[in-house]
Design a protein around this ligand. Structure first.
Ligand SMILES: [Fe+2]
Ligand SMILES: [Fe+2]
Length: 677
């Protein structure tokens, strides 16, 4: 109780006396240090000054070596010791104020040493510390192996590191920063991570509780913000490494140069681009003009192509029509062609030549009625079944194009017939009717019809074409008629010659006809033209007209002289028939009809294949008929089998063995006989 009263009295005394003494480190920048003018400056003087302002207490701030300051505090020779860490040792003789500022401490070592991260890394080194510094105790406790060297102040400590007395020191970070810059060692010294963090306090020697009370009350009147503001105003700012500045300078210069470079380049590029753009625009305009020109040319080429295609198509059609026409001409003069077959083929060729046709027919007016030979687009048998009288049909004199053929037909045709025609034939809008005429007689019509007149119909050109085709078709009829007439005349002549010969030589009566009949059968079997061989056979002995009748009809054997006359009949027959135009080949067959296979015949003595086949056939047939009929030199004829035996005996001498075999077969068939030996 007495102690408390004493403290209060002292506190009152101090407040009223208005003065306390404070010892501080003389070299603890930026907290407290002596400036160039010898004046104590730093954070502490300012802080104490503020304290004095707020409390009205006068402060006597006494700077001294830190070790001395601690000694003064230990001995109670000061009221307060400035800015001090708490240690167990110090607690024994000091009472601490509330905390003022938090401070970290680190290892500082010269550049070139291996990285020192913790206090344990310091064993190999002599480590510099400030005498009385709390860091000594902290380091010693952490690593007892550290060897220390002591210095009175941080200034001396840093100087020792600068002078290589020690390579490693322990310092609070804020003062260390101050000295790094002061001694220009920022880039020669490295720093570890802080190995400790402590609060700075003001401390009062034990027994001076009233001072502690005063100090704490004063501190409560100073806000942490104010303390921080004072500290920040005094803490030196970090200097920038000149090499960094140089690097920055280089970088910035480079950037400026690059900017200028790109600016200039972009300027020229912009100009170049603008120039190129103008040129491009000009080129584009030119290209557009070229394009328009090309498009126009393309259109022209397209039109020309279409025209060419049309021309080619027409040429192709004309070519096909030409080939068709040639084929038609060929057929018209082909004597083997049957009349109706020719008309069918002719119509199909014509129909295909006019592709616009959708139906049509070719018809003959036979026996007074319409006979449709071939039709396309409808059934011809239905029309033929109607038996329409040819007089009812439309028969123009020349090829013609008519618009409405049904209407024309309706006027001339029986009503019933017309009604049926309308049902069978498709509808028609246009027709091309081509009459087929022989001399002045119309023998038939070729009719082509178009269903839809909105498409292609018939033209004048088509009409001329149809006219030409009709002439080819009627040529066929004319040729046939001419041939028929010619053949008829020839047959009349031949008949007359044969009758003359039979009248002249009574033994040849029926001989020529029978030989001709056998020859026709041989021709059929072998595949030779029958009419020619038959004609030659009928006339083979016509030369006998020139042989005296007394010789021809002589009974008994002929003398050699007489036989010489008889042997001339093939040559005479040849000469006679050769005079008839168109029978030259037949004359030649007659000339050799007594030649023998072994070359011993007459008149030329030809041998084997030298003898015309037709002549050999007549020879074998002639011999057979002579043997099987009565003759002046042999009143009783041979029987058929005897004659065949004789023919067979002469095979290879008089007759070709192959012909003999065929001839035998024909005789067997004709005589209804079985083969005999
Ligand atoms: Fe003869
Ligand atoms: Fe004969």
């Amino acid at each position: 109780m007495g102690k408390i009263v004493l403290s209060l009295l002292l506190f009152a005394y101090m407040v009223f006396s208005m003065k306390i003494t404070v010892v501080t480190d003389i070299d603890y920048p930026p907290f407290a240090y002596i400036d160039q003018e010898g004046k104590l400056v730093g954070i502490s003087p300012k802080l104490w000054e503020l304290f004095s302002e707020r409390t009205g207490v006068e402060i006597e701030l006494i700077p001294m070596k830190w070790e001395d300051a601690i000694k003064a505090a230990r001995e109670g020779k000061t009221d307060v010791i400035d800015l001090i860490f708490v240690t167990e040792e110090r607690k024994k003789f000091l009472d601490y104020s509330i905390e003022i500022y938090k401070l970290t401490s680190s290892i500082y070592y010269r550049e070139g040493l291996p990285a020192l991260k913790t206090l344990r890394d310091l064993t190999p080194y002599v480590v510099g510390v400030k005498r009385g510094d709390a860091l000594y105790g902290i380091a010693k406790n952490s690593n007892p192996s550290i060897q220390f060297r002591f210095y009175d102040t941080y200034g001396e400590l840093f100087l020792a590191m600068k002078n290589h007395e020690v390579e490693v020191i322990l310092m609070d970070d804020v003062p260390a920063q101050y000295y790094l810059q002061k001694f220009d060692m920022v880039y020669n010294v490295k720093k570890s991570e802080p190995f400790t963090e402590n609060n700075l306090h003001w401390a009062v020697p034990k027994g001076k509780d009233h001072v502690l009370t005063l100090v704490n009350k004063g501190l409560e009147k100073i806000s942490p913000k104010e303390i921080k503001s004072i500290v920040l105003s005094m803490v030196p700012h970090a200097r920038i490494d000149p090499s960094v500045i140089f690097t920055l300078f280089l970088v910035i210069s480079g950037l400026i140069a690059a900017f200028l470079f790109f600016f200039i380049i972009s300027f020229y590029l912009k100009r170049a681009v603008q120039k190129a753009a103008k040129e491009l625009e000009y080129k584009n305009q030119q290209l557009s003009a070229y394009n328009e020109e090309l498009e126009a040319q393309s259109e022209e080429i397209k039109a020309m192509n279409e025209e060419l295609e049309r021309t080619l198509s027409e040429l192709e059609r004309a070519s096909n029509n030409f080939i068709g026409t040639l084929d038609l001409i060929d057929r018209a003069f082909n004597l083997q062609e049957d009349g109706k077959t020719f008309l069918k083929k002719a119509f199909n060729l014509i129909f295909d030549m006019f592709p616009q046709s959708h139906c049509g027919y070719i018809a003959l007016f036979e026996q007074g009625t319409l006979q449709v030979i071939e039709a396309r687009g409808f059934d011809k048998d239905s029309i033929n079944a109607l038996q329409i009288p040819s007089g009812e049909l439309y028969k123009p004199d020349v090829p013609i194009i008519v618009k409405d053929i049904r209407s024309i037909e309706s006027k001339s045709m029986n009503e019933k017939n017309y009604a049926q025609i309308e049902e069978i034939l498709p509808k028609s809008c246009c027709a091309m009717v081509t009459p087929m005429k022989i001399v002045d007689q119309t023998v038939g019509n070729i009719v082509l019809e178009v269903k839809d007149c909105s498409e292609k119909t018939f033209t004048e050109h088509d009409l001329k074409m149809a006219e030409s085709l009709e002439k080819i078709v009627t040529s066929f009829f004319l040729v046939r008629r001419y041939i028929d007439v010619k053949e008829k005349i020839n047959r009349e002549i031949v008949s007359m010659l044969v009758k003359t010969l039979e009248y002249y030589d009574k033994y040849t009566q029926g001989h020529s006809e029978r030989v001709a009949q056998l020859c026709r059968k041989m021709a059929q079997r072998i595949g030779l033209p029958e009419p020619e061989l038959e004609l030659a056979a009928l006339l083979h002995d016509v030369g006998k007209i020139y042989v005296p009748q007394s010789i021809l009809n002589k009974e008994g054997h002929l003398s050699d002289h007489e036989f010489e006359f008889v042997k001339e009949h093939p040559v005479k027959g040849f000469e006679l028939v050769l005079a008839i135009k168109g029978m030259e080949k037949i004359a030649k067959v007659i000339l050799y009809h007594h030649e023998r296979y072994d070359g011993k015949g007459y008149p030329a003595g030809l041998k084997g294949a030298e003898i015309p086949l037709e002549s050999q056939i007549i020879f074998i047939s002639d011999s057979f008929d002579a043997m099987t009929t009565a003759r002046p030199y042999r009143k009783i004829p041979l029987r058929v089998e005897e004659a065949i035996r004789e023919i067979r005996r002469c095979s290879g001498t008089q007759f070709d063995p192959n012909l003999v075999k065929i001839f035998e077969e024909i005789i067997y068939e004709q005589s209804d006989m079985s083969r005999f030996v």
